[in-house]
Ligand binder design. Structure first.
Ligand code: FAD
Length: 419
């Protein structure tokens, strides 16, 4: 493979694998270098909203994803008393040409990896290659790696290097050595997956409560997992905490740190503490992000996904924005050739767009609906919601976020394909 057109993708997460598939679609050679020795289906649930599903559908992955996910039909918001605040249809049920998928992150990564290996070849993803440095000159980049034991591996040469190496990106650190610590939002999250009977419609994305008193996000990610017709149900408990948890996706959490807050959440539609207690395992993670960067592209090197724009997970957009970055970048590389100019064009398009998402996630993501109702009701039960807040006001919070994140129905339908 000539290094004049070879793209080195650093990291085989959601963004890196989507980029490999998109470059293959564009006829551009690439290889993915991943730090871990073996890719295992880690994490819990993620949501793919219609703008991201459109991209995966243009990669021919719709039926593979359908087989391992739930097509989400509605978004529903409740108070901590279990009172309904707001609901709206989601995905195909809302009239989009593409569904919303709720899916286990591991299943999403597995579907992407299988497609990469099938289309680009088994050797297109190399594990046990932790990138430790990237340098560049006028002709290309040189990437250095170590193995799991820290021993140096052979350097590779490529035309450009795309850092898809996630929240602890070494390439971002190299480009921005003086960047401050991640910004803690004051909230920690405990995440789990429980085998449970379908809740509400069986395809509902539920958000309830508010951060200062405890908030839950609950949605199914796999249908009919056993003879009783149970689903895999993903849940996240979010709670204000003085100390941030460690920024480690696989860190185990403890029930006693958050369950007491939700002990009384026994609604006629769900026994929340029972759902939490029945979890297979529990992980904890801090709600952190980083201030948006002024640019990601430096010559022949650029950033993508969480390496570029880590965001607080309040808008179901972390995986989605990584997928859109990948598609956008592949489009520019196809149109402008594998060159610094193409990385520059990608930067110009995606830095402002994702900056807006990162900042909106801090202040007015969709769950701001819950904040409005909590603050105006003083956390008390209400008889008539309309006396507190109008439906149109809540709808406008949701609609505004769709425009910022890129899944406003008309905007999405009319946007040309990236590739
Ligand atoms: C183990 C794990 C579990 C996760 N669980 C969840 C979850 O439950 N919920 C959620 O919303 N998000 C989760 N995420 C994050 C989520 O995947 C991302 O927010 C989002 O999908 C954007 O994807 P990304 O490709 O930018 O980053 P990621 O999907 O995080 O992928 C980054 C990849 O780069 C690899 N990598 C890191 N450093 C190097 C290096 N120096 N050299 C080469 N490769 C490197 C990592 O091993 C990883 O495979 C998890 C990420 C990981 C890695």
């Amino acid at each position: 493979m000539s290094c004049n057109e070879h793209v080195a993708i650093l990291g085989a997460g959601i963004g890196g694998l989507t980029l490999a598939l998109s470059l293959h679609q564009a006829g551009i050679p690439c290889k993915v270098y991943e730090a871990v020795q073996e890719l295992k289906p880690l994490g819990v649930g993620v949501n793919l909203l219609p703008h991201a599903v459109r991209e995966l559908s243009e990669l021919g992955l719709l039926s593979a994803l359908d087989a391992v996910s739930v097509r989400t039909k509605e978004a529903v918001f409740f108070t901590e008393h279990g009172q309904l605040v707001f609901n709206e249809p989601a995905g195909a049920a809302a009239g989009y040409d593409w569904p919303q998928f709720s899916i286990h992150r591991g299943d999403l990564q597995t579907v992407l990896l299988a497609a990469v290996q099938e289309r680009l070849g088994q050797d297109s993803v190399v594990c046990d290659h932790r990138c430790v440095d990237v340098t560049q000159d006028a002709n290309g980049v040189t990437v250095s790696f170590v193995d799991a034991a820290g021993r140096p591996r052979e350097n590779i040469q490529a035309a450009v290097a795309i850092a898809c190496d996630g929240i602890h990106s070494v390439v971002r650190k190299k480009l921005y050595p003086n960047e401050g610590a991640p910004r803690y939002s004051g909230v920690n999250m405990w995440r789990g997956v429980t085998r449970w009977q379908p809740i509400l419609s069986g395809a509902s994305m539920i958000r309830a409560g508010w951060l200062s008193i405890g908030k839950m996000v609950i949605y199914p990610i796999r249908n009919a997992i056993d003879e009783q017709g149970r689903q895999l149900v993903n849940w996240v408990a979010e709670l204000e905490s003085e100390q941030p948890a460690q920024r480690d996706w696989s860190r185990a959490g403890r029930l006693e740190d958050f369950l007491p807050v939700f002990e009384n959440w026994k609604f006629d539609w769900l026994d929340v503490p029972a759902l939490i207690r029945a979890a297979d395992s529990i992980l904890e993670y801090p709600m952190v992000d980083q201030d948006p960067l002024p640019r990601w592209t430096h010559g022949r090197i650029t950033l993508l996904g969480d390496a570029a724009h880590p965001m607080v997970p309040r808008g179901s957009n972390g995986a989605g924005q990584a997928i859109i970055d990948a598609r956008c970048l592949a489009g520019w590389l196809k149109r402008e050739g594998v060159s610094p100019q193409a990385l520059e064009s990608y930067d110009k398009e995606r830095v402002p767009a994702t900056t807006n998402v990162v900042l909106t996630n801090r202040k007015t993501p969709p769950d701001a609906i819950l904040r409005e109702v909590y603050e105006r009701s003083g956390g008390k039960r209400f008889d008539n919601l309309e006396e507190i807040v109008s439906r149109s006001e809540l709808q406008s919070i949701s609609d505004r976020y769709k425009r910022v994140a890129g899944y406003d129905p008309a905007q999405l339908k009319n946007r040309p394909s990236f590739l």
